[in-house]
Design a protein around this ligand. Structure first.
Ligand SMILES: [Zn+2]
Length: 125
């Protein structure tokens, strides 16, 4: 599915943008897109900020095909995007002073001299 826009039009393909944020889907006007970026442009492994819903900051990904549609990106590219999104969220959280637990981190180990002692039966009155 690594076709250029020109090849897609020549083969009767259609393309859709799907937003991973708001979930909206819209068919892309390939002729209008070609007029803007040329026939050699490809949607393969590309994404853009949502242009489907005003104010949505989600990513639009593309699905192309001759009637049936498949994702226009490699699984490895998708993984890179997910990693970028994660880093972006963490940076935004850090900038906003939000602390979230890392779901992959080991559970915190309590300080045995503090928490352990207070729970000890010996320290109860
Ligand atoms: Zn959106």
């Amino acid at each position: 599915m690594r076709r250029t826009l020109g090849q897609m039009v020549d083969n009767g393909f259609t393309a859709f943008a799907r937003c991973r944020g708001c979930g909206k889907v819209k068919q892309i006007d390939l002729d209008a897109l070609i007029a803007k970026v040329g026939r050699d442009y490809s949607l393969w492994n590309r994404r853009c900020r949502c242009r489907l819903t005003e104010g949505c900051s989600g990513w639009n990904i593309f699905e192309v095909g001759p009637g049936w549609h498949v994702a226009a990106y490699d699984p490895s590219q998708d993984q890179r995007w997910l990693n970028e999104d994660y880093q972006e969220r963490m940076a935004a959280d850090a900038a906003a002073g939000v602390k979230r637990g890392d779901p992959w981190a080991a559970p915190p180990i309590g300080d045995p001299t503090a928490a352990g002692r207070s729970r000890s039966p010996k320290s109860r009155p």
